[in-house]
Write a protein that binds this ligand. Structure first.
Ligand code: PLP
Ligand code: COI
Length: 348
């Protein structure tokens, strides 16, 4: 295996093993490693027909001190159970979840990029409803699988600011729908739009709330934050994913002398930000230098749609100083170069 860490993007790489367990008749089977990344399930599985799937995303970091760390894995375990419960899928306990994550990292350790590379290992735990069913009902049988792979920058831009476009003719999540759960179905409705946005030069799509389209919700795969003076501001909404990275920044920001606000955020307020960004496991902290409002961009030929407004966050050519400070503090804890004052990391 000869991987060039500098060429990694956020793409799938097959590694040595995936870890699997089967829930049937009220019991989980013991965790097993499989060298194949293929699984055999019933063609009539609820996961394939009715979207009975929930997933997580976390990373393993090889520290400057050579140690391998996971970041707050118990938070991912808890969130997977919350997502699973919403669609009636059994999810593993914290202990089982963390054991599977540690095991997948150990069994694929040569795929964990070195500290200096800036790349990391992405861990994808997920649960699926399996077993044949044709009615729209709960699935009594599920599988828990964890895969791990080396990955690079999510937007392909590292820490350089990129542009986002506001969703204009489609929604990600309904006000009382599934937006706050990490269910595969939430992402299905965003993939085509994400692709069209990329063709038009945007790294991602920013979703307004779907009830009134007046407030900022979140990006398709990350939370939103803005910096105004010395305040870190992030939206409060019932339809956004409770990001573990964002929650961590809200705890970390005061230790860096910043104030924090979590509240409803009017789209119009984007004009008052000094810095903006996307925050999440995959994106880490990715600066967003500009958000365009461009009605109809999702339609065929949408690249000709007129930009009716752009929100700029300071100078879009370089990442802002506050975002950089937050990035260094967060990644420092994850890489072991900063003191883990909150005891967030689990060393494997
Ligand atoms: N929002 C969405 C829609 C996401 O897919 C993610 C990624 O997990 C996040 C936010 C960030 O959450 P976290 O920081 O827990 O990875
Ligand atoms: C993550 O940040 O872990 C995500 O799940 C984002 C994405 C790849 C869907």
């Amino acid at each position: 295996m000869a991987l060039d860490w500098s060429k990694l993007s956020f793409n799938y790489t097959k590694t040595n093993t995936i870890i699997c367990s089967h829930f049937k008749d009220g019991e989980w089977s013991s965790l097993e490693s499989s060298t194949s990344d293929q699984i055999t399930i019933n063609a009539l599985s609820g996961a394939l027909h009715y979207g009975l799937e929930a997933f997580e995303g976390l990373k393993a970091y090889r520290g400057a001190d050579g140690k391998v760390r996971l970041f707050r894995p118990e938070e991912n375990a808890r969130r997977l159970r919350r997502s699973g419960a919403y669609i009636g899928l059994e999810a593993p306990s914290d202990t089982m979840f963390i054991e599977a994550c540690c095991r997948v990292v150990k069994e694929n350790i040569e795929y964990l990029p070195p500290y200096e590379s800036g790349a990391t290992m992405y861990i994808r735990p997920f649960i699926i409803g399996v077993g044949g069913q044709i009615g729209v009902h709960l699935s009594g049988e599920s599988m828990f699988i964890v895969a791990a792979m080396p990955i690079g920058s999510y937007f392909g831009k590292g820490f350089e600011p990129s542009r986002a476009v506001l969703a204009s003719e489609h929604d990600r999540a309904a006000p009382m729908g599934t937006g706050s759960y990490k269910l595969g179905g939430n992402y299905a409705g965003t993939v085509l739009a994400g692709e069209i946005a990329k063709r038009q030069g945007y790294s991602t799509v920013l979703y307004p709330d779907s009830a009134e389209r007046r407030y900022v919700d979140e990006f398709s795969s990350a939370n939103f934050f803005g910096i105004k003076g010395d305040t870190y501001i992030t939206p409060e909404s019932p339809s956004i994913l409770p990001s573990i990275t964002n929650k961590s920044l809200l705890e970390l920001a005061p230790t860096l002398g910043l104030k924090t606000e979590r509240r409803e955020l009017l789209i119009e307020e984007l004009s008052g930000f000094d810095e903006m960004g996307a925050v999440g496991t995959a994106v880490v902290i990715s600066p967003i230098g500009r958000v365009d409002v461009k009605p109809g961009w999702e339609r065929e030929g949408g690249c000709e749609a007129e930009i009716i407004k752009s929100y700029f966050a300071g100078e879009s050519l370089a990442a802002g100083a506050v975002s950089l400070k937050l990035y260094n503090a967060l990644t420092g804890i994850q890489n072991g170069t900063e003191k883990d004052i909150f005891n967030w990391c689990l060393t494997i």
